[in-house]
Design a protein around this ligand. Structure first.
Ligand code: GLC
Length: 622
């Protein structure tokens, strides 16, 4: 027993030994408080001691194989627990369905205690140690993560660290005027300082929650609320806030969470006269988190939610020597893809992919077609400007297109946070609805339906070809359409993001074996592509990925190469048959879906269709 303990301690001590100096240095730089640092280190050891042997073993295996998450079988799916399966034990019952869908990483959308009607989809946490009653218990969560691990499924959760709910114990104490707790937030007795902040800080929800401060008449103070008024920003200048939030993070790591999605990470440090976004202290905090996880739970990955332009996103990977997040969302590529759908012009997307593909292979992006949030039109307007396309009118066009009001569009969906002052608006809708499946189904137009399904599948085929890890939003695999019932719920009616967060249609999932139906066609075709991806090493994250000119502005070609093997993906974003004028004359290629052999020279691609081509033989043989 003692020997075992000694061995365990030595693992901890050697990790601490590796990272202690940097940890201390960064901590002192932020807080200059050695007793709080000592408390942090004591707690790291306690969390390590409490970590189960199974999880410790998982850590060790992952440390030995640090590229474990960059493999070609990684496929994520995100869902709200209640929408997907009612509650946590319900999710456990659905693991077989997830396996059938080739999923080996699930992102459980926020499931912690949150006040009904003031929850922002669960992103207003009132208790970091309690699961929402309707969803289950912490024990059930632990049971689920263990069951997932047995099936090689990784579990991701949101760690909402920028703010707490106004119902959180700290907020309640602050509200009673307890100075110690007021110091954990940003309280101001008059508007002087808030006014200064408002001069430089943009708004997150300009129409649904304007401004960055909320007046609390009962306390006679303003409190900083960058998101909704019931989400109070935490003050990370206070080391107590940092330490306690790190303990919450480790608590979940010890409950078997493999991937921690750091919600709204750019916002966590505030300074007057700045935008309060992406400040250098945010990077210090993320690096501290990374060091903490390397010491206590090195099998756990950090996923940063940075919904910003590419030059702001990439720094969250840190440097090669001092990494921060393991993975980041490829948000600009996502938005640019929908721009491509609406314009049938792949040039901006190609440019965007060239930027991403030129980054070090160590940087892993999560690619997705859509998520639980709106699609913001954060495109490279500098480049579009050269084509005579102006930001404001283009956003207007995209929003009209996807509402089905302009252009040759069968899309359905709704605007989000339409700002009458700036004319800006974002967009909400499921992938299937944005591809035209909802409209074609409603109007019972077979030809339109066929086209919509093709577009939907082509977009997934494109997604799987990108460098990084693909993540699906649950329901997209069976062509789930928009859900308008949120309008009947007064707690949701103002937030159109609920249109694409509907209850999972199990009746469709039960029909997937019928390949004539919409769900069956999408599900099985995605399955084929997922199996191809899993069996071809050119799909690993470390593969070289690049774009190839097709001399047709509607056709995108992506190449992948790894250990001598080469694959091409060709995607036609238009409703017309096209020819990709590529000239990859380095051998014979095989169509991976039908086995047909061909030269990769002047390849025909039918409307809204795609090809996956694999070069025969490896480098040496051609
Ligand atoms: C993240 C979430 C979003 C939420 C916000 C505030 O951006 O994705 O849904 O509204 O954080 O927590």
């Amino acid at each position: 027993m003692n020997k075992k303990k000694e061995k365990q301690d030595s693992v901890f001590n050697s990790r601490l030994g590796c990272f202690h100096d940097e940890l201390r240095w960064l901590y002192m730089e932020l807080y200059d408080n050695s007793s709080m640092f000592a408390e942090l280190c004591d707690n790291l050891y306690d969390f390590y001691k409490e970590r189960s042997n199974d999880l410790k073993e998982r850590d060790l295996k992952r440390v030995e194989r640090p590229d474990w998450y960059k493999q070609n079988d990684m496929l994520g799916m995100m869902f709200y627990i209640d929408n997907f399966a009612g509650n946590i034990p319900g999710v456990e019952e659905k693991l077989e369905y997830l396996e059938k869908s080739n999923i080996n990483y699930i992102h459980l959308m926020p499931f912690l205690e949150t006040p009904e009607g003031r929850s922002d989809g669960g992103y207003a946490v009132s208790d970091f140690r309690k699961v929402q009653e309707k969803l289950g218990t912490m024990e059930e969560l632990e049971h689920l993560t263990a069951a997932c691990h047995k099936k090689n499924i990784n579990v991701c959760m949101d760690f909402v660290m920028n703010h707490t709910s106004e119902d959180h114990e700290w907020a309640k104490k602050a509200r009673q005027g307890d100075g110690e707790y007021m110091d954990r937030y940003f309280f101001y007795k008059d508007y002087a300082i808030p006014e200064m902040y408002e001069k430089t800080v943009p708004q997150v929800f300009p129409t649904t929650a304007p401004g960055n401060f909320t007046w609390l008449p009962d306390v006679g103070h303003y409190v900083m609320t960058s998101f909704y008024p019931y989400q109070w920003d935490l003050n990370y200048k206070n080391p107590r806030v940092f330490n306690e939030m790190m303990y919450n993070f480790l608590y979940f790591a010890n409950h078997g969470i493999d991937i921690v999605r750091i919600d709204a990470v750019p916002y966590i440090w505030k300074e007057l006269n700045t935008q309060c976004r992406n400040l250098k202290q945010v990077h210090t905090i993320v690096r501290l988190m990374r060091l903490i996880s390397e010491i206590v739970c090195p099998g756990v990955l950090l996923l940063g939610e940075v919904v910003m332009e590419p030059e702001k996103v990439v720094p969250y990977f840190g440097t090669i020597k001092k990494p921060e997040c393991h993975m980041l969302y490829n948000v600009t590529t996502m938005a640019t893809m929908w721009h491509t759908v609406a314009t049938r012009d792949v040039r901006l997307l190609k440019k965007q992919l060239d930027i991403v593909n030129a980054l070090p292979k160590k940087y892993v992006f999560l690619n997705y077609l859509r998520c639980h949030d709106d699609i913001g039109w954060g495109l490279d307007y500098g480049t579009l400007q050269c084509e005579g396309i102006k930001e404001r009118s283009h956003k207007h066009y995209l929003n009209n297109y996807f509402q089905g009001l302009e252009g040759n569009s069968n899309s359905r969906g709704e605007l989000y946070n339409a700002d009458p002052v700036t004319g800006d608006a974002r967009f909400c809708g499921t992938t299937a609805s944005m591809c035209g499946i909802e409209k074609a189904g409603f109007e019972q137009k077979e030809e339109d339906m066929e086209k919509a399904i093709r577009l939907d599948i082509m977009l997934h085929a494109y997604l799987f070809m990108l460098s990084g890890i693909p993540v699906l939003y649950s329901g997209d695999e069976v062509g789930q359409v928009n859900d308008y019932t949120y309008k009947d719920d007064p707690n949701k009616a103002d937030d159109s993001r609920y249109i694409h967060r509907g209850t999972f249609p199990w009746h469709l999932a039960e029909q997937v074996d019928d390949e004539t139906g919409v769900a069956g066609q999408i599900f099985n075709q995605l399955g084929r592509l997922e199996n191809i991806r899993k069996s071809e090493k050119a799909f690993v994250c470390q593969a070289d990925t690049w774009t190839i000119d097709t001399f047709d502005s509607s056709v995108l070609c992506i190449g992948r190469h790894y250990e001598g093997e080469k694959i091409l993906g060709i995607f036609n974003f238009s409703e017309y048959d096209k020819t990709a004028w590529i000239n990859e004359a380095d051998g014979i290629y095989m169509d991976m879906l039908n086995g047909q052999k061909m030269k990769a020279v002047g390849v025909n691609v039918p409307a809204y269709n795609f090809l996956y081509l694999k070069r025969e033989g490896s480098d040496e043989k051609v």
